[in-house]
Design a protein around this ligand. Structure first.
Ligand SMILES: *[C@@H]1O[C@H](CO)[C@@H](O)[C@H](O)[C@H]1NC(C)=O
Length: 205
């Protein structure tokens, strides 16, 4: 892709969605949601990562991340969250990428610095398994994006995004920071959210 004629925000959005596609695949691998043979080892930004092989899985991760491109570029996306649910569709764990793209930044994008920063997330993710929770049986997962403000009505691409019906937690979650970087014009944090210990438990079904 030719990135030469783009604004720094356009360039950064392109790099960020590519990064998110790889990172989400790594998270799903890390959680052991699918058998390891559903993935293959690849190198990305000089880190060994796990790329999903199954066509439906690959296509889901690709479409959800690349679908966010125009909104990340405009600074509308606040969080991209990979949510794991138990069989009652109650979230048990969330991997939260909180991001901001500085809209006033006009200088040339230092892509090498940005890749260096994003690479640090992938390295942290490959060793994050000990801080994650075991997967509940018969659970599910999905990617959800939270917008800072709603895109205008005229935005046809935005209409593909539907409000989510995921169950909410009653108590503020426990937060485990994984990594944060600030590399102008991008700031990004990755953290885990788990239900608070005081969160009311569902009666066993
Ligand atoms: C956004 O970019 C402008 C121009 O480069 C800079 O002056 C400003 O401090 C940046 N804002 C943040 C929050 O980083």
């Amino acid at each position: 892709m030719d990135r030469k004629n783009q604004t720094p925000q356009g360039q950064i959005a392109q790099v960020v969605v590519e990064f998110l596609e790889v990172a989400i695949s790594c998270i799903v691998f890390l959680k052991g949601f699918y058998p390891p043979r559903a993935f293959e080892r690849r190198r990305y930004m000089n880190v060994v990562v796990q790329k999903a092989l199954h066509p439906e899985l690959t296509s889901y991760i690709h479409s959800v991340t690349f679908g966010l491109l125009p909104f990340i570029q405009k600074g509308l996306v606040e969080r991209v969250v990979v949510i794991f649910y138990d069989k009652g569709h109650v979230p048990t764990e969330k991997f939260v990428f909180k991001l901001a793209v500085n809209q006033s930044y006009r200088s040339k994008l230092e892509e090498a610095n940005l890749e260096f920063a994003l690479r640090a997330f992938l390295i942290k993710l490959t060793v994050a398994e000990p801080v994650t929770r075991p997967l509940p049986p018969d659970g599910s997962w999905e990617v959800t994006a939270y917008f800072r403000s709603l895109p205008g009505d005229g935005d046809r691409e935005a209409q593909l995004w539907i409000p989510t019906d995921a169950e909410l937690w009653m108590q503020p979650p426990q937060i485990t920071p994984i990594k944060s970087v600030s590399c102008d014009p991008l700031t990004m944090q990755l953290y885990l959210e788990h239900p608070s210990v005081t969160e009311p438990k569902e009666p066993p079904a």
